[in-house]
Design a protein around this ligand. Structure first.
Ligand SMILES: *[C@@H]1O[C@H](CO)[C@@H](O)[C@H](O)[C@H]1NC(C)=O
Ligand SMILES: *[C@@H]1O[C@H](CO)[C@@H](O)[C@H](O)[C@H]1NC(C)=O
Ligand SMILES: *[C@@H]1O[C@H](CO)[C@@H](O)[C@H](O)[C@H]1NC(C)=O
Ligand SMILES: *[C@@H]1O[C@H](CO)[C@@H](O)[C@H](O)[C@H]1NC(C)=O
Ligand SMILES: *[C@@H]1O[C@H](CO)[C@@H](O)[C@H](O)[C@H]1NC(C)=O
Ligand SMILES: *[C@@H]1O[C@H](CO)[C@@H](O)[C@H](O)[C@H]1NC(C)=O
Ligand SMILES: *[C@@H]1O[C@H](CO)[C@@H](O)[C@H](O)[C@H]1NC(C)=O
Length: 311
C-alpha cells in the first residue's frame, strides 16, 4: 500500500502520464484496416471516418487502410491488400526512406479489422483453416510490431455487431456480397458468437500485453457497443430527413439467388443520414461521423464513453 502510494507520487512527480495521451499531445493519426477505414474506396460511399476524425482533432492523417483487407493473408486469404503483408510493409518503406517522419510521442496508430476475416469467403463460410483466435492474435501482433519499430500510442477498434448488418442478419436477402443460397439464421448466430468472443479475447490479450510494453498507451475503442447503441437508440445519433432506419441500408440491392442483375433502392442527399447502414455491410457516413467524433475526443486526450485506455 505504502509502496504503491509512493509509486503513484513518483509517477506524478516525474510527469509520466499514467493512462492515455495528454491534451494537445497528438498531431498525427495513422490508420490501418479495411473498407470501414479506407479513405479512397470508402465503405460508406461518402467521406470516411479518418478524414472527419483528423479534421475534428486537427491532426494530420496518414491513411494505410485498404478496402477488402484482412489482418493477414497467411491466416485468412482474400485477394486484397492485408494489414501485415501490404499495409505495414508500405508504412515501413515510407518511414524507412524518410518520406514519412512521425515523432512517436505525437502519433496515434489505429487498427479496425476483422469484418472480412470473419466474413464471407473466410471464417463464416468455412473457406480457410483459421479461427477467430488466429485473427485476434494477428490484431494484437499489430501493436507488438509497431511498438518494436518505435510507435507508442495505439487505438484498437473492436468488431461491430456484424449480425446487425443486412448481410449477416437472420432476415437477410441475397445481395451483392452474397447471392448464393445459405441459412441466414445460422450465419447470424455464428457471426454474433465469433464477434463477441473475438472482442472479449482482444481485450484480454491487450490487457496482458500493455504492461509488457513500457511507455506505451493502448486504448480499446468499443465500436461494438457504439454501433449497438446507434441501433438501439437511433434518435441520439441519426439525423437524416426520412424516418430513421437501422435495419435496412440506403443503398440496398437485391440479387437473384445464384447471382444476376441487382435490383437497387437508393436514397439520396440528406435522407442518407437517417440510416445506420450505407449498404448491406458498411456503416453509413453519419455512423462514421459519430465514430470520428469519439475517436477525435480520444486523440485529444478527452474522455470518450467508447474508449478505454489500458495504460
Ligand atoms: C506470412 O508467411 C510468410 C511466408 O511463410 C512469412 O515470411 C511471414 O512472416 C508471414 N507473415 C505473418 C504475419 O505471419
Ligand atoms: C519512399 O517509399 C515510397 C513507397 O514505396 C515511395 O512512394 C517514395 O517515393 C519513397 N521516397 C523516397 C524519398 O525514396
Ligand atoms: C485445411 O486443412 C486441410 C487438412 O490439412 C487441407 O486438406 C485443406 O486443404 C485446408 N484448407 C484450406 C482452405 O487451406
Ligand atoms: C437454418 O438454421 C436454423 C438454426 O439456426 C434452423 O432452425 C433452420 O431449420 C435452418 N433452415 C433451413 C432451411 O435449413
Ligand atoms: C429501411 O430501409 C429498407 C431498405 O431501404 C426498407 O426496405 C425498409 O422498409 C426500411 N424500414 C423502415 C422501418 O423504414
Ligand atoms: C436517388 O437518385 C437516383 C439517381 O438520380 C434515382 O434513380 C433514385 O430514384 C433517387 N432515390 C430516391 C429515393 O429518390
Ligand atoms: C447530421 O449531423 C452531422 C454532424 O454529426 C452533420 O455533419 C450532418 O450534416 C447532419 N446531417 C443532416 C442531414 O443534417
Amino acid at each position: 500500500m505504502l509502496f504503491s502510494l509512493f509509486c503513484a507520487f513518483a509517477v506524478a512527480a516525474s510527469g509520466v502520464h499514467a493512462a492515455g495521451v495528454r491534451p494537445g499531445q497528438i498531431k498525427h493519426l495513422v490508420t490501418f484496416g479495411d473498407s470501414y477505414t479506407d479513405t479512397v474506396s470508402t465503405g460508406d460511399k461518402g467521406t470516411a471516418w479518418p478524414v472527419y476524425a483528423a479534421g475534428y482533432s486537427k491532426t494530420t492523417l496518414h491513411p494505410f487502410a485498404r478496402s477488402g483487407a484482412t489482418c493477414s493473408n497467411n491466416i485468412t486469404f482474400r485477394p486484397f491488400p492485408p494489414v501485415f503483408e501490404s499495409q505495414l510493409p508500405l508504412y515501413f518503406t515510407e518511414t524507412g526512406n524518410g518520406s514519412l517522419r512521425l515523432p512517436a510521442g505525437e502519433t496515434v496508430y489505429t487498427l479496425w479489422i476483422g469484418t472480412n476475416d470473419l466474413g464471407v469467403n473466410s471464417l463464416v463460410t468455412g473457406s480457410n483453416n483459421a479461427s477467430v483466435v488466429d485473427v485476434v492474435a494477428c490484431m494484437v501482433d499489430w501493436v507488438r510490431v509497431l511498438y518494436k519499430s518505435g510507435a507508442r500510442n495505439f487505438i484498437v477498434q473492436n468488431m461491430i455487431p456484424l449480425e446487425l448488418t443486412v448481410l449477416y442478419a437472420a432476415d437477410s436477402y441475397p445481395n451483392r456480397f452474397w447471392a448464393v443460397e445459405r441459412n441466414a439464421s445460422d450465419w447470424s448466430v455464428l457471426m454474433r458468437e465469433m464477434v463477441l468472443s473475438g472482442n472479449a479475447l482482444t481485450k484480454l490479450m491487450l490487457q496482458a500485453l500493455a504492461p509488457t510494453l513500457p511507455g506505451s498507451h493502448i486504448a480499446v475503442f468499443d465500436s461494438h457497443s457504439l454501433i449497438q447503441d446507434i441501433h438501439d437508440r437511433p434518435a441520439l445519433y441519426l439525423n437524416g430527413t426520412v424516418p430513421l432506419n437501422v435495419t435496412g441500408c440506403w443503398d440496398s440491392c437485391v440479387a437473384p439467388v445464384g447471382g444476376g442483375d441487382l435490383v437497387c433502392t437508393v436514397q439520396n442527399g440528406t435522407a442518407r443520414d437517417s440510416y445506420l447502414w450505407a449498404d448491406e455491410l458498411h456503416p453509413s457516413e453519419q455512423s462514421d461521423r459519430i465514430i470520428a467524433r469519439e475517436i477525435a475526443l480520444t486523440l485529444e486526450g478527452k474522455r470518450s464513453r467508447w474508449s478505454t485506455w489500458l495504460n
